[in-house]
Design a protein around this ligand. Structure first.
Ligand code: S3P
Length: 188
């Protein structure tokens, strides 16, 4: 192995509300690596919000833009990357993410996801859930998405981090750092 190759990207996958962006940003800071959120990058690349892309070009248009952004981002190593909840449904995306990266599935209990997405604000960039009109409807959609995507997440992931509500965000980061063999700098 070459001694000076940048380390593999750390890629966070999972459903909307799983905490990919929050966890990714904190993880990146801890490791001193750049953090990329593919949803935010799609918005920069297209000059449109995700809601605008869905409204103007449909989900297919969003998936095309997402695939272009993901493919470009994955040319680089050494990053922490949070992808959208549907990114790994496209096998080409999964292949490029795995080529230069280690993939962690944040597998979060649906009840926790629904709790995090209760407000309209938190659903604003999530057109697939934005128009759910009741808590029951939101529950049903999240459960349907989970059933439909479980296999794609499982087969894309190198590691599964289960989040059942008992552990803190910090515990998730500690678990990822343990898996990659990161040793925190010693305090003087
Ligand atoms: C989507 C998840 C969203 C965003 C888009 C579609 C999905 O990202 O990419 O609204 O299909 O699950 P987050 O998972 O970051 O909310």
């Amino acid at each position: 192995m070459s001694g000076n190759a940048a380390p593999a990207n750390l890629v966070l996958i999972g459903l909307m509300g799983a905490g990919k962006s929050t966890t990714g940003l904190r993880l990146a800071k801890r490791l001193g690596r750049p953090f990329i959120d593919t949803d935010a990058q799609v918005e920069v690349d297209t000059g449109k919000t995700i809601a605008e892309i869905f409204a103007q070009d449909g989900e297919d248009g969003f998936r095309r833009a997402e695939a272009e952004t993901v493919s470009r981002i994955c040319q680089q190593r050494g990053q922490v990357i949070a992808v959208g909840g549907g990114t790994v449904l496209n096998k080409a995306n999964t292949a490029v993410l795995r080529k230069n990266g280690t993939i962690f599935w944040l597998d979060v209990e649906p009840d926790i996801l629904v709790g995090r997405m209760g407000s309209r604000v938190s659903r604003a960039h999530r057109p697939l859930l934005a128009d759910a009109t009741s808590a029951d409807e939101l529950h049903r959609r999240v459960n349907d998405l989970r059933d439909a995507r479980d296999e794609a997440y499982r087969s894309a992931a190198h590691h599964i981090i289960r989040v059942d509500g008992g552990q803190s965000g910090e515990a998730v980061i500690t678990e990822i750092l343990r898996i990659i063999g990161h040793r925190p700098p010693k305090h003087p």
